[in-house]
Write a protein that binds this ligand. Sequence first.
Ligand code: 3PG
Length: 207
Amino acid sequence: MANLVKQITATRLVPVVVLDDAADAHGLADALVSGGLPVAEVTFRTAAASEAIREISSRRDILVGAGTVLNVEQVDQALDAGARFVVSPGLSEAVVRRCQDAGVPVFPGAVTATEVQQAIELGLEVVKFFPAETSGGAKAIKALSAPFAAMRFIPTGGIGTSNLAEYLALDCVAAVGGSWMVPRQAIRDHDFSAIEKLTRDAVAMTR
Ligand code: 3PG
């Protein structure tokens, strides 16, 4: 599991993808891989999520996870479709436990000391910090990491090229999540070359 977490955070970026049509899954995956970002968090915000995860999980060149997973039913759907990791906007003990039972990394949202402490009690070492910008941004993560030195964060929400560096500068930031490199409209328009370029630019900023 530790290896998988390492793999997910290797590029220090987690693209948050909303797919309206599973038929676009491979085009999107190709663009991410070509752009140097072989990971995708496909959110359970559309009916196409399960099928899209199933399509992408059949590939060996990209690691796919499920995002916006709100309950154990969605955990089961995500894992059945082949999701290799699970992301949740908030902290649900039931969701966390279900993922742990299945041996799958789970990154629930935690933005307060109480939530981080709860995550630690559940045995977690990495949490999503969501919504990052409106929850105090990099400053808040830095303050939060003082008492919880071992906890690592995946800030997501309101991050883009203008503020990415602030987050990446923190050692406790395992990776930064966001949708700026995978605009929903670009996917709808099949503008995969634009996604590849945005992805490549984002990856360049992590170096
Ligand atoms: C998420 O689900 O993690 C966020 O909606 C992504 O936030 P962003 O669109 O502001 O990057």
